[in-house]
Design a protein around this ligand. Structure first.
Ligand code: GTP
Ligand code: SPV
Ligand code: MN
Length: 596
């Protein structure tokens, strides 16, 4: 059944292991047809037509949005499901208190029972993909088997998918196995299960985003973080952005913010008018694989080739680059529709919705017109700020690592770690308000270390230990910072204008890396003094700036206690260096009298 079709000749590109696995899966799932994806334009177009033909996808207004489509997912399947996501290691402790765990044998049994015969009457798509540039030694291959043509379309945009990936896998001999079925889309029969020791993923019952596009969070973060630990690198939930100063020098920053906390926006930021001559280059908007280089610096590749971005809030003012990027050849998921067949969402500031994300006549009583986690899928090359360096086999050198979260209070606009180990403490202590990117309550502050709470494929204590080791071995480690764009007034308005204006903070970060910008020492790290931050042309009051840059000892005492209590969950496995950094920060707080 799983013999390779003629359009993939020479057949030798299919490794024996891939062929055997596909045959095994076909015997389990019993599809009517097996389709090996070659990744061609023709295949892409024909799958689009298939979905339009059976009503699963709607072509959008071809004059305003050529090549764009709307896909409506099942209303109960609109976000990642963290409570149904498992990491299955032989030893439960290896998954850690940060992951749901099942014994591997039991998990395989449970999943295979769900998969048995689930593709009857359907097509099984074999999706070979490569995370990272095809010719990069840092890249890794995978094969996703899925019964969703929508998943195939997304994978074609998000990864290097098709023939070249299959060839690379045949050359390399190893790949990550991902088995996916939409199943019945029943939340009671939905599980996203990882077997890091077998480089395997089994996902059943969802057709949405990170649950179903297995190259993304499942492979490039959960499985890859496990591999990275044993191989001496880092797989992180980070954007990668290049900032070119008027002198022509480019610094690359890798920034870890939790889901729906501004990575895509920062990665394609447009500097304020006063920043003539500055340029921003996007390498990646969600995931970074970081490798120590021979020169003692850290180098990053973006394993993805597209963006699966949050739609609401996108407009020419907040993010003109994203706005331009998604005007053509874009797959929209769960946005609203105007009477003229154009996509619509909250925060677009043009047109008005006629139909909501479920296809109902729009009625504000039903809530937002576009789902808060509605998304665009688009090729990265369509981004006006796309950098060719995203194709560089060796990656780009990282000057700074920036952690961040969505905190309405406490965390200042920006601060710098005193060194690598202190930076790891800052990353491990990140907390953020939950967002619509995952099911469950929104706006609840929770610990989200390195923005990896939902994505670390192993015990966080071991993960922090690995971070400390990687940095200690670097002769020129990146500087580490923390930012917070989301401080709010009582009435909910943001204190900091954000978006393009974040450039002012990035500038301070870069000039700190160059040893040029000033800073004030505080117990939590170094902060810009009011005159160290470029606020020219910014309508922001002195008192607001003071509030954004304040360190309140009592609140921080409580925060550090909360971080300590969180660390206690990890028991003896918690690295000594983190305990030490936490203790030293506490001591500095006790000795601190804030400036007035
Ligand atoms: P994932 O794709 O889920 O990983 O999200 P992300 O981190 O890429 O977040 P994204 O850039 O898509 O932003 C999420 C939401 O935050 C959007 O609604 C943005 O409009 C909003 N946002 C982004 N940057 C800023 C900012 O600087 N200030 C404020 N107030 N909102 C922002
Ligand atoms: C996230 O939730 O961090 C995303 C979207 O980037 S998803 O692909 O669903 O994980
Ligand atoms: Mn993300």
């Amino acid at each position: 059944m799983a013999t390779a079709p003629e359009h993939l000749t020479p057949l030798s590109v299919i490794s024996h292991e891939v062929a055997v696995w596909v045959a095994d899966v076909a015997r389990l799932t019993l599809p009517a047809k097996v389709h090996w994806c070659d990744g061609s334009e023709a295949e892409y177009r024909s799958l689009q037509q298939l979905l339009v033909g059976n009503g699963e996808m709607l072509p959008l207004n071809a004059d305003t949005h050529p090549g764009c489509f709307l896909y409506r997912s099942d209303p109960n399947d609109v976000a990642r499901v963290e409570h149904l996501t498992y990491v299955c290691t032989r030893d439960r402790e290896d998954a850690g208190p940060n992951n749901h765990w099942m014994a591997p044998a039991q998990a395989h049994r449970k999943m295979d029972d769900l998969f048995r015969g689930c593709m009857r009457g359907r097509t099984l798509y074999v999706v070979p993909y490569c995370m990272g540039p095809i010719d990069s030694p840092f890249s890794r291959g995978g094969v996703e088997i899925t019964d969703s043509a929508y998943v195939v379309l997304n994978m074609r945009l998000m990864t290097r998918m098709g023939r070249a990936a299959l060839e690379r896998i045949a050359r390399e001999g190893t790949f990550v196995k991902g088995l996916h079925s939409v199943g019945e889309l029943d939340p009671e029969r939905r599980f996203i299960v990882h077997f890091p020791e077998e480089s395997m993923i089994k996902s059943y019952g969802s057709g949405y985003g990170g649950n179903a596009l297995l190259g993304k969070k499942c492979h490039a973060l959960r499985i890859a973080s496990w591999q990275a630990r044993s191989e001496g690198w880092l797989a992180e939930h980070m954007l990668i952005v290049g900032i070119e100063s008027p002198s022509g020098q480019t610094h690359y920053l890798a920034c870890a913010f939790p889901s729906a906390c501004g990575k895509t926006n920062l990665a394609m930021l447009i500097p304020p008018a006063s920043y003539a001559g500055w340029k921003v280059w996007t390498i990646g908007d969600d995931i970074a694989w970081l490798h120590p280089g021979k020169d003692g610096r850290l180098y990053a590749i973006n394993p993805e080739s597209g963006y699966f971005g949050v739609v609401p809030g996108t407009n020419p003012k907040t993010n003109r680059n994203a706005y331009e990027t998604i005007r053509r050849d874009t797959l929209f998921t769960n946005v609203a529709l105007t009477a003229g067949g154009e996509p619509w969402w909250e925060g677009l500031h043009e047109g008005k919705p006629a139909f909501d994300w479920q296809g109902r006549a729009y009625d504000p009583a039903n809530g937002p017109a576009a789902h808060p986690n509605s998304r665009f899928t688009v090729a990265a090359t369509q981004n006006p700020s796309y950098s060719r360096a995203a194709e560089a086999a060796g990656g780009v050198p990282i000057s700074a690592i920036v952690f961040g979260g969505r905190r309405r209070s406490l965390a200042p606009l920006v601060y710098q770690a005193r060194g690598w180990a202190h930076g790891v403490l800052i990353g491990a202590g990140v907390a953020s308000e939950t967002t619509a990117a995952a099911t469950g309550a929104v706006g609840v502050v929770r610990r989200d270390p390195m923005a990896m709470k939902p994505f670390a494929g192993y015990n966080f204590a071991d993960y922090w230990d690995h971070w400390i080791r990687v940095g200690a071995a670097l002769e020129h480690p990146p500087q580490i910072f923390h930012v917070n764009w989301f401080r709010q007034r009582e009435d909910g308005r943001f204190l900091w204008p954000g978006f393009g204006e974040n450039m002012r903070v990035l500038r301070w970060i870069i000039e700190r890396c160059e040893g040029r910008a000033g800073a004030v020492d505080t117990p939590i790290g170094q902060l810009p003094g009011p005159s160290d931050l470029d606020t020219r042309g910014l309508a922001i009051g002195e008192s607001v700036l003071e509030e954004l840059l304040a360190v309140d000892p009592q609140s921080w005492r409580e925060e550090l206690a909360a971080i300590g209590a969180y660390f206690d969950e990890f028991g003896e496995r918690l690295p000594q260096a983190l305990k030490r950094e936490l203790g030293e920060t506490l001591q500095r707080i006790e000795a601190f009298t804030p400036r007035r």
